[in-house]
Design a protein around this ligand. Structure first.
Ligand code: OXD
Ligand code: MN
Length: 614
């Protein structure tokens, strides 16, 4: 298809307008075919930007610019008409001002480049929950990644209508007077990077970065920031959550979603291999869930994505074998190290590097003894990624693309909490669950700060959506309360749980890494308790913080003795710790939301305080 053949006048006019502003050398409408993917990849290889990997079929390694290696939260804007609508947790610039600045940058920014038109769908084609968009980009890398991460190309046109989400992207490096990239990653300096969402227009404008969520606009920009706004308008939920399918030894199935801040093992949980016999975990999604009520009054979830954009370092056969298999072919690697025999390598891959490696900056170096690189000298960038098709995941659930979604029985919240928060507790009600989501946080550890005074403090990341909420977070809390209240049948709402795999006891030398719970596959023991809770099994006791496992209700068969000994400790209510938690929420967290904080949440906080004092 060519630009002239696009039938929808609104889409066509928008592309023409962007073309006139960005002045590309030409415009190419992507069809999403394998031939197109191979052709664009060949272009990247020939220009020196991509390296084919001899050890992984149809897989390629890209290296980005050291200034362009991650999402840039300080350059991410929610540009609502009123600042109050962006709320206290988002960066805001008046849309008139931001558009004027960005138009200045966009003017002629695609000189010497092709503008690719990517029609794409977030969610299974034809699903009533899915939504479509069009991304315009001057980056082949973006086209190739969008091809894996979304349903993209010719097949999407029949679902595109006037409600499409327009997403404009440029790497921000015009090639004037015949200049070439010469295999160098194109991007703009940090102060010229803008990842902008215009919530009233459901519009995304991204400039200056070619990396991940800054550039693959279907993911964080559309499926979370803009979708959260649409969900707020339409009465559903767009969440930073994994979706998993859990089957018990009797063959009964439940679906669970889970929100965890980054670096808390969301992908690992979604692909977990249970250590308790007879249980099975399968994957529906590892990052985003869109949830809407079905006819039967249950909340149904789809994964709007079609691939995994996973963090490579730390992914090993032990931590997540299924992710490794997912990324064993047809995969794009970014900022991993390259081995002499044409494979990728990263810190924490589970085996030592041999001989010389080309690091993520393109320098050839000897592997470090024991693979312990000093901080900042890693072979793979700590945010190195693999982009792999979800259908290649060995544990992908057969219904992962079911257009009606999967009915959710439980919603989990969690974070890295070395103290206070127990292994698992269950909310008493939907609103109490919203309270638990609103207080999610991860403790700052010595590893993440050089300021000793910070250690032990909690960085709050409500619903793990802090960098991805497209509107006022206080209104977002209220929206969750309203969704619960709008349920036709309150009994059919998912049950809500708070889990914590990360309790520590530094004084117990027996515990690997000081962790009081083994995590990974052993988290299935907690999932099993949650499964039975959803069936109303008598396996819980009521405590001041919510329902917790009865003695013996967590299966410990085969668990190392030292974990059997620590279990009672991580299943206790730490009353003093929770009192401090209440104080921190009351003094530092909730006041941020001012008059937008729902009264239901203040009431939950008062109630918790009263119960802890009884
Ligand atoms: C991601 C993130 O890349 O949450 O998924 O940062
Ligand atoms: Mn994420």
């Amino acid at each position: 298809m060519t630009l002239d053949q696009i039938k929808n006048p609104k889409i066509k006019a928008w592309i023409e307008e962007c073309k006139a502003m960005c002045e590309p050398d030409d415009v190419y409408v992507c069809d999403g075919s394998k031939e197109e993917y191979d052709r664009l990849m060949k272009k990247c290889v020939e220009s020196g930007l991509a390296t084919p990997l001899a050890k992984k079929p149809n897989s390629f390694l890209f290296r980005s610019d050291p200034s362009d290696v991650a999402r840039v939260e300080k350059r991410t804007f929610i540009s609502s008409v009123k600042q109050d609508d962006a709320g206290p947790t988002n960066n805001w610039i008046d849309p008139k001002e931001l558009k004027a600045t960005m138009k200045g940058l966009y003017k002629g920014c695609m000189h010497g480049r092709t503008m690719y038109v990517i029609p794409f769908c977030m969610g299974p084609l034809g699903s009533p929950i899915s939504k479509c968009g069009v991304e315009l980009t001057d980056s082949e890398y973006v086209v190739l990644n969008m091809d894996i991460m979304t349903r993209a190309g010719e097949k999407v046109w029949q679902y595109l209508d006037d409600n499409f989400v327009p997403c404009l992207h440029s790497v921000g490096k015009p090639l004037n007077n015949g200049a070439k990239d010469n295999g160098v990653w194109a991007c703009a300096p940090v102060e010229q990077k803008y990842i902008s969402q215009f919530p009233e227009e459901h519009l995304v404008w991204s400039y200056g970065s070619g990396y991940g969520g800054n550039a693959l606009l279907g993911k964080k920009c559309f499926a979370l920031r803009i979708a959260s706004v649409i969900a707020h308008e339409e009465g559903w939920l767009a969440e930073h959550m994994l979706i998993l399918k859990l089957t018990n030894p009797q063959g009964e199935v439940k679906y669970v979603t889970g929100a965890f801040p980054s670096a808390c093992g969301k992908t690992n949980l979604a692909m977990l291999i249970p250590t308790i016999p007879g249980w099975k975990v399968e994957t529906i999604g590892d990052d985003i869930a869109w949830m809407k009520f079905g006819e039967d009054g249950r909340l149904y979830a789809i994964n709007p994505e079609a691939g995994f954009f996973g963090v490579a370092p730390g992914t090993s056969a032990e931590s997540n074998k299924n992710a490794l298999v997912s990324a064993s072919e047809n995969t794009i690697f970014t900022n991993c190290a390259l081995t002499e025999d044409g494979d990728v390598w990263w810190e924490g891959i589970g085996y030592p590097a041999k001989g010389k490696l080309v690091d993520w900056k393109g320098n050839t170096r000897d592997a470090f003894p024991k693979d312990k690189a000093p901080k900042g000298e890693e072979m793979a960038h700590p945010n190195a990624r693999f982009t792999a098709p979800a259908k290649q995941c060995p544990c992908i659930a057969k219904e992962w693309e079911d257009p009606k979604g999967v009915p959710i029985s439980a919603i989990l919240f969690g974070g890295r909490r070395p103290s206070t928060v127990p292994l698992v507790h269950q909310a008493r009600s939907w609103n109490h669950g919203v309270f638990l989501g609103s207080i999610v946080g991860s403790e700052i550890t010595a590893a993440s700060t050089i300021n000793a005074a910070e250690v032990g403090k909690i960085r709050r990341d409500p619903f793990a959506i802090l960098p991805f909420c497209g509107y006022n977070m206080g209104d977002y809390f209220q929206h969750w309360i309203n969704v619960g209240a709008s349920a036709k049948d309150q009994d059919k709402l998912p049950k809500i749980f708070y889990v914590n795999w990360f309790r520590k006891d530094e004084n117990n030398a027996e515990l690997p890494g000081g962790f009081m719970w083994p995590g990974y596959g052993d988290n299935s023991r907690v999932l099993a308790w949650i499964f039975d809770r959803c069936d109303g099994k008598d396996n819980a006791v009521e405590t001041p913080i919510g329902f917790m496992p009865k003695d013996g209700a967590i299966n410990t068969d085969g668990l190392a003795d030292y974990y059997k000994k620590t279990l009672p400790e991580i299943l206790k209510v730490d009353v003093e710790g929770w009192k401090k938690e209440v104080k921190d929420i009351r003094e530092n967290h909730y006041p941020k939301f001012g008059s937008h904080l729902p009264k239901e949440l203040s009431a939950c906080l008062d109630d918790l305080e009263a119960r802890l004092s009884k």
